[in-house]
Ligand binder design. Structure first.
Ligand code: PBG
Length: 330
């Protein structure tokens, strides 16, 4: 008898057999594409640190989302707003005519098939760039819950399909759930950024959303990258408070957390492939150091393999287009 007996390479011999035994495949239905909406008309500001991404005024955003849907079939987006003016508490985001509610109404008129996830946070709307109301030099948890709940109700009223709080205040899922229910939005799901880490990978996003904190950092409310058990406690708490989906963010450096969350809770798990993860690929590819398309597929596949059911990624559009061009099922 020849040696070795077990030859795992037998199942790698041809493309056909490899595709037969492939365990993980990223599909367009798994993906959510983020967008940044800003005031004005016909505005398209390139985000320097995120090549291919723009701050778009509502008119151009509507065209872009229509194009996304028609060319790729991706029918889920996440919206962030860059407001005309900011205030101390982020209350500007709670008005009916705030930038994101306005964008949602415009989108729902032209592309109602596209599902809109609305990020809920104050950092884009506060003068100091923190995610809540500052009292004694730190973000005050309980007063911030009021602005988050009010912002959520405004977004739901405007037509947001899913509310996604990204602030990391304690008790916010419960507070938002209660406010939504009291206002007749008991059927609007909450996608909670449950295990959100205080990460250096958000750098480019803060340029894009103009939301960098003016003093200190977010480590009194976002999680310590060193912790894993604590992520499970965060997720558990959000589930108790009524989260319909839970999120791990960032994704690539936290695949172990995605896996623990998926294997611990019977819940849809979302992973956010964040701005810095996107920009690293773009920078390396622009230098010719890596094959960008290949990396993107490998990254998204690994996030799904780790246990994510849904992936928020700035690569969504280009990934689906490139798979379609290659004739791959996506
Ligand atoms: C708002 C928010 C952030 C991101 C999503 N929602 C930034 C932050 O916490 O500083 C980051 C997304 C990304 O980097 O792509 N709190």
């Amino acid at each position: 008898m020849s040696y070795p007996i077990t030859r795992l390479r037998r199942l790698r011999k041809t493309a056909t057999i490899r595709s037969m035994v492939r365990e993980t495949e990223v599909n367009r239905d798994d993906l959510i594409m983020p967008y940044f909406v800003c005031p004005g008309k016909n505005v398209s500001n390139p985000i320097k640190s995120m090549p291919g991404n723009f701050q778009l005024s509502i008119d151009l955003l509507v065209n872009e989302v229509k194009d996304l849907f028609e060319t790729t079939g991706v029918d889920k987006i996440l919206l962030f707003g860059i407001p005309e003016s900011k205030d101390e508490t982020g209350h500007v985001a709670c008005h009916y005519d705030a930038i994101v509610p306005k964008a949602i109404r415009a989108l729902k008129e032209i592309v109602p098939q596209v599902m809109i996830v609305a990020d809920v946070c104050n950092c884009e709307y506060t003068t100091h760039g923190h995610c809540g109301t500052i009292i004694n030099g730190d973000v005050d948890n309980d007063s911030t819950l009021h602005t988050l709940a009010a912002q959520s109700v405004t977004l739901a009223k405007a037509g947001a399909d899913i509310i996604a709080p990204s602030d990391m205040m304690d008790g916010r899922v419960g507070a938002i759930r209660k406010a939504l229910d009291e206002n007749g939005y008991e059927n609007t799901p909450i996608m909670a950024y449950s295990a959100k880490y205080a990460s250096g990978f958000y750098g480019p996003f803060r340029d894009a959303a103009e939301s960098a904190p003016k003093f200190g950092d977010r480590s009194t409310y976002q999680m310590d990258p060193a912790n894993s058990d604590e992520a499970l406690r965060e997720v558990e708490q959000d589930i108790i408070e009524g989260a319909d989906m839970v999120m791990v963010k960032p994704a690539l450096s936290y695949l172990d957390i995605i896996n623990r969350v998926k294997t611990t809770f019977n819940m849809p798990v979302v992973a956010y492939n964040v701005s810095g993860e996107f920009s690293m690929v773009k920078a390396a590819a622009a230098n010719g150091w890596v094959d960008g398309e290949r990396l993107i597929k490998e990254i998204l596949t690994s996030i799904k393999r780790a246990g994510a059911d849904v992936i928020i990624t700035y690569h969504a559009k280009e990934f689906v287009l490139s798979e379609m061009k290659k004739g791959n099922r996506v």
